[in-house]
Write a protein that binds this ligand. Structure first.
Ligand code: ADP
Ligand code: MG
Ligand code: MG
Length: 199
């Protein structure tokens, strides 16, 4: 079972990974966006790490809700509200349980992905974070490692797609041939989750 401390380790691990990969995320956002994705998420996850040190988070739900709130209030750009919605909706789905199973987390993240799709209007294949998040949430019902691999594959598979949502859609066919930055950062979140689960 996964307790609040597990969720805190996941989110601080994600913050560390995003800090390490921030330049790469920004580089990916350069040809098809406005070259700020790494900067945006680094700012947001730094706030997440600080908030987790300062505030009480007794349940998995409290951890995800706090993190989601931080991302919404500190990340500019599209990704802040979208990731914030993912975490807050998933947190809400977990209720007040002190511990949850991997399967329950998979279902909660599935609900979070639905909320992201509803907010941003993106479907699978539109070359967005949804292309990594949706298969990862589904694969998490199998294992942490399957979820990590599904997210990474989903991110890689955005490369040949033409973007239909977000700033990348503004460049039309020129978005083809570039991996989506948001799908790439989503893969980092699931990599951090698998690493936390592996101990
Ligand atoms: P912005 O593009 O506003 O500067 P970021 O650079 O932080 O925001 O994030 C860009 C990422 O957000 C994209 O790579 C994409 O994955 C994701 N994204 C943008 N718009 C949408 C949307 N409508 N639905 C889902 N994801 C989106
Ligand atoms: Mg951007
Ligand atoms: Mg921006």
């Amino acid at each position: 079972m996964l307790d609040a401390a597990f969720f805190r380790r996941w989110m601080t691990g994600a913050a560390a990974l995003i800090s390490r990969e921030a330049d790469r995320l920004t580089s990916l956002d350069s040809p098809i966006g406005d070259a700020d994705h790494g900067t945006n998420l680094h700012r947001g996850f730094s706030a997440v790490a600080t908030a987790l040190e300062q505030e009480e988070t007794p349940t998995p739900s409290a951890v995800l809700t706090l993190c989601g709130r931080q991302l919404i209030s500190t990340v500019g750009g599209a990704s802040g509200p979208l990731y914030g919605t993912l975490l807050r909706r998933a947190g809400k789905a977990l209720g007040e349980a002190p511990e949850v199973s991997r399967e329950e987390l998979a279902a909660a993240l599935g609900a979070g992905v639905q909320a992201v799709a509803a907010l941003g209007g993106a479907a699978p294949g539109d070359k967005t974070m949804i292309d990594a998040l949706a298969p990862a949430a589904e694969a998490l019902a199998t294992s942490f490692e399957a979820a990590r691999e599904a997210a990474e594959q989903g991110a890689v598979d955005t490369t040949p797609l033409q973007a239909r949502k977000g700033r990348a859609s503004y460049v039309g066919e020129r978005s083809i041939g570039h991996q989506d930055p948001g799908a790439t950062s989503s893969a980092l979140l699931f990599a951090a989750l698998a690493e936390t689960a592996a101990g």
